[in-house]
Design a protein around this ligand. Structure first.
Ligand code: ZN
Length: 115
């Protein structure tokens, strides 16, 4: 059987385990799941995070979309922007923030000297 190792206590556990059985550390951060990828995987990631069936979230999202129209779509896009594509990936928004930070940081701060 395939196992993986806890990053915190080096305990071996099942590959599909979400939490370490020994120290309880989470084995993966919130991320979009490539396996259950529908609607960009946001529902799958949210469902895993909340312990809710992703199918239920999808139904809820579709209903919300039908009722509120653009609002649900905006919420969905926001969730997508905040969720990295994989456990090791970075959220699209985070990349944008980093890029803005690097652009802003390259400018020399102007110090005005008065004698
Ligand atoms: Zn552990």
């Amino acid at each position: 059987m395939d196992t993986k190792r806890c990053a915190d206590c080096a305990e071996d556990m099942k590959l599909e385990a979400r939490k370490c059985p020994r120290c309880g550390a989470r084995t993966e951060p919130l991320h979009r799941d490539m396996e259950g990828k529908k609607l960009a995987g946001v529902c799958a990631a949210l469902g895993r995070e909340l312990g809710v069936d992703a199918a239920l979230l999808r139904v809820g999202f579709v209903v919300a979309l039908a009722v509120s129209g653009g609002t649900a779509l905006m919420v969905y896009l926001l969730l997508w922007a905040f969720t990295p594509p994989s456990a090791v990936g970075r959220a699209p928004l985070q990349r944008a923030v980093d890029w803005l930070g690097s652009v802003g940081g390259s400018e020399e701060p102007r110090v005005e000297r008065r004698v």
